[in-house]
Every structure is written in C-alpha cells, then in structure tokens.
Design a protein around this ligand. Structure first.
Ligand code: GH3
Ligand code: MG
Ligand code: MG
Ligand code: MG
Length: 314
C-alpha cells in the first residue's frame, strides 16, 4: 500500500551525492495519482538501487521537492489538483534551479502535450506503460549528467568542498527556513588558516595546497551528514551547521581543530603543523540577511585571530 509520504532514513540530506564521503542512492520523486503505476515503479526502482518518494498530488509533490531535493522527478501529466498548469510550472521551475531532470509521464502522448511540456522546461516526455529495460539506462544517463553539472557549478576543484556559490544558495535557504519555521535555527562558522602565507613561503604552494585538501578531509570525516563545508575563497572556509546552536557548533569545531593541529605535514626533512582559527554566529536573534550572519561570523573570526589564533570564538 502506498503512503503519501514514505519516510526516509536519517536526514533527507542536502549534501549532494558527489560528496567524497557519502555515496548515496539517487533519490527519485514520483508525483502521480496512478496507484498501479506508482506501486510498480517504486518496486522496480527500489530493486535497482534508487530511493523513491511518492506524492499523490501536485501540491504534495512540490512540498516534498522543497523538503528532500530529489535527484530526478517523474511527473504525471494530469494530476487531480493541478490548477491549470500553474503547479506544473512551479515544479518545473524549482527543478530547473536545482538542475533536476523532470520526466513527464503520460498514457496519452499527443504532440500538443509534448509541446506544452517541453515549453515548460520538462526534459523528457515518456509514454505509459514504461519499458523498464530502456528506462533504466536512460535514467542513469540523466542522473550522471546532473552530477556533472552539480560538480562543475557547486564544488571546489582543489579540495572537493562546496564552493562559494553553493554556500550562498544554502545560506539563503537556511535563512528562509529560520524566518519561516518557529523552532528552526542554525550556526555558521568562518574558518581561516593561521599564518598560511608562511606555509606557502616556507614549503611552497604545492604543499600549501595539500594543507588545504587535508583540512577539508578532516572536516568531511568528522562532520555530521547535514553540515556543509564550503570554500569561501583562498584559505577561508564556511561551515553551515543546521539545527545546531553556537555552543554545539563550537564543540564540533574544537574537536576538528584538535585533530587538524595534530597532523604532521612533511616536506623534505622538515615536519610542521598548521592550525586554524574560526568565528561562529548562531541564529539566536532574527537575522534578516545571510550577509549579516556572514559578517558576524567574520567579526568573531577576527577576534579569534587577535586573541592569539588557533581558537574558536562565538
Ligand atoms: P592569518 O593567520 O592572519 O590568517 O595569516 P595568513 O598568513 O594566513 O594571512 P592570510 O589569511 O591573509 O593569507 C592567505 C594566504 O593564503 C595568502 C595566499 O597566498 C594563500 N592562498 C590562498 N589561496 C591559496 C591556494 O589555493 N593555495 C595555496 N597554496 N595558497 C593559497
Ligand atoms: Mg493522473
Ligand atoms: Mg585569509
Ligand atoms: Mg589565514
């Protein structure tokens, strides 16, 4: 039997599958009211290592889309609650922003339907019943294209962390949630390596690059799945901790700082250690803009630097 919302394992993570650590099964959202079709597809896809979420109405589908950020959407052409094409348009627009392929599925393929769908921005139009032999490789192609795009647009090449563009998008979403949901809060940290210029000057840029990669590795290994590490620029990183107050964010950072500062880097015969400083801002009072949160974390970072480095300041 189909529930409208099939619960997912831990947090329906925001972090994309291209993260070095977590290789997750792709998440598909099926928005359709055809129970027979849904049952069949859900079963088939789950047997082929996909996670599947189902929504029986367009409205529920859009809500779920915002909640779980799926990798691909299978969308019924005709849904009971769709008011004209406005909801369809909203789903497709949301999908476009996330580089998420939308496959329109319908038992009635007319040129008119197809034209309308493609004009909306749907990437594919598939007829029911679906030939699953053909569908599977097709699905994989679409998903791998999406991964490539996400990688290029949201990931920092050197470290594998997210890039600043991702961070800005994520911060905007966090702020929106914070302003909308009563009990929601998050923390943001700015991290900057200590005396990094001298690492470059003494051991060379290549070594400096290795230090940056190692730092991100330490973070990625110790972070919780929903935390996101982004390279803000140069040797500065931003970490967003959803559902985390300043105290807990600091606790995490202290642990990471400890681990990182004990790593021995070697260059020729020399052995050296590197530390970082960080500033944390928690959303305890109403921040109106992401910029404000960033500025306050940056201020805290400034204090950490000026109180002797290798520390975290709230
Ligand atoms: P502080 O403790 O005050 O932060 O001192 P610092 O020497 O780290 O000073 P600052 O943060 O201003 O230095 C940033 C340095 O990081 C300068 C720049 O050459 C270096 N850097 C930025 N991006 C990269 C990179 O991608 N690779 C390497 N190797 N170095 C980088
Ligand atoms: Mg239908
Ligand atoms: Mg700096
Ligand atoms: Mg620095």
């Amino acid at each position: 039997q189909i529930q409208e919302e099939i619960p997912l394992a831990p947090s329906p993570a925001k972090s994309p599958a291209f993260s070095k650590q977590e290789k997750k099964e792709p998440l598909l959202l099926i928005i359709d009211d055809d129970i027979e079709f849904i049952t069949y597809m859900k079963d088939f896809l789950e047997n082929n290592e996909f996670q599947v979420l189902v929504a029986l109405t367009g409205k529920k589908g859009l809500e779920l889309f915002y909640d779980v950020n799926p990798d691909l959407v299978l969308l019924d052409y005709v849904l009971p609650d769709i008011d004209g094409i406005s909801l369809l348009t909203q789903i497709v627009e949301k999908a476009r922003n996330e580089f998420t392929p939308v496959m329109m599925v319908s038992a009635h393929i007319s040129d008119e339907h197809r034209t309308l769908s493609f004009n909306l921005g749907v990437s594919d139009f598939i007829g029911k019943p679906i030939n699953t032999d053909i569908f599977l490789p097709f699905l994989h192609n679409r998903l791998s294209a999406r991964q490539q795009i996400l990688k290029r647009t949201l990931q920092d090449e050197l470290t594998g962390a997210f890039n600043r563009r991702f961070m800005e998008k994520e911060l905007l979403e966090q702020i929106e949630r914070f302003n909308k949901e009563e009990d929601y809060f998050f923390s943001l940290a700015m991290v900057d390596l200590d005396h990094f210029k001298s690492v470059n000057d003494t051991y060379g840029h290549h070594m400096g690059d290795q230090v940056l990669e190692t730092l991100v590795n330490v973070f990625e290994k110790q972070k919780d799945p929903e935390d996101s590490i982004s390279r803000y620029g140069g040797e500065e990183f931003t970490i967003i901790f959803p559902h985390t107050d300043g105290k807990d964010a600091i606790k995490k950072l202290q642990k990471w700082r400890e681990t990182f500062s004990h790593i021995s880097f070697t260059s020729g015969n020399a052995e050296f250690h590197v530390t970082f400083s960080s500033g944390v801002k928690e959303t305890s009072r109403n921040p109106r803009h992401g910029k404000e949160v960033l500025e306050q974390a940056d201020k805290a970072l400034y204090h950490a630097k000026h109180s002797g480095r290798n520390q975290t300041v709230l």
